[in-house]
Design a protein around this ligand. Structure first.
Ligand SMILES: [Zn+2]
Length: 157
């Protein structure tokens, strides 16, 4: 587990720092020929859970980056609630992951790129816990480019 000397208070510098960590996870997915999406969960400036998309390797449509990170963070904490934590994820969560985020009661969600096809925001804001705040667009171009180039390469294979 990595420790950094600033809190995840929501300033742009720390949001970018942790989004870069989520991007590292996305690159792990890419190396496994998975749709390159990555996530980290942060509490008190410390990464307590990491995850990347594993739907191909696990043959499991629920193995999204966020789901892996929620499970890792809950294991780390020894409890299922993630109050006071921030989820950093490279692409907007889908409805399933937004629903899981609701159950964790996570305090913040920071995502990079919007997902215009499957993003939870298409379905309104009621999916999330009322105490969860959302920020988007952190390193959004970089996060989107990774996914776009993945699918472009798939088409030309
Ligand atoms: Zn999802």
């Amino acid at each position: 587990m990595k420790y950094v000397n600033f809190e995840d208070t929501g300033d742009t510098i720390s949001d970018e720092f942790f989004m870069k960590e989520a991007l590292k996870e996305a690159h792990k997915a890419l190396a496994g020929d998975e749709v390159p999406i990555g996530a980290v969960i942060v509490h008190g400036g410390r990464i307590i859970g990491r995850g990347h998309n594993l739907t191909e390797r696990l043959n499991d449509v629920t193995a999204h980056a966020e789901m892996q990170a929620f499970t890792a963070a809950a294991n780390y904490i020894g409890g299922k609630y993630l109050v006071g934590c921030t989820l950093y994820v490279t692409v907007e969560p889908c409805v399933m992951c937004a629903g899981a985020a609701y159950w964790t009661q996570i305090s913040r969600i920071v995502f990079g790129a919007k997902d215009p096809k499957r993003g939870f925001s298409l379905f309104g804001s009621g999916l999330l816990h009322p105490k969860t705040t959302v920020i988007n667009g952190i390193l959004g171009e970089e996060c989107a480019a990774l996914v776009t180039s993945f699918f472009r390469n798939k088409r030309t294979e």
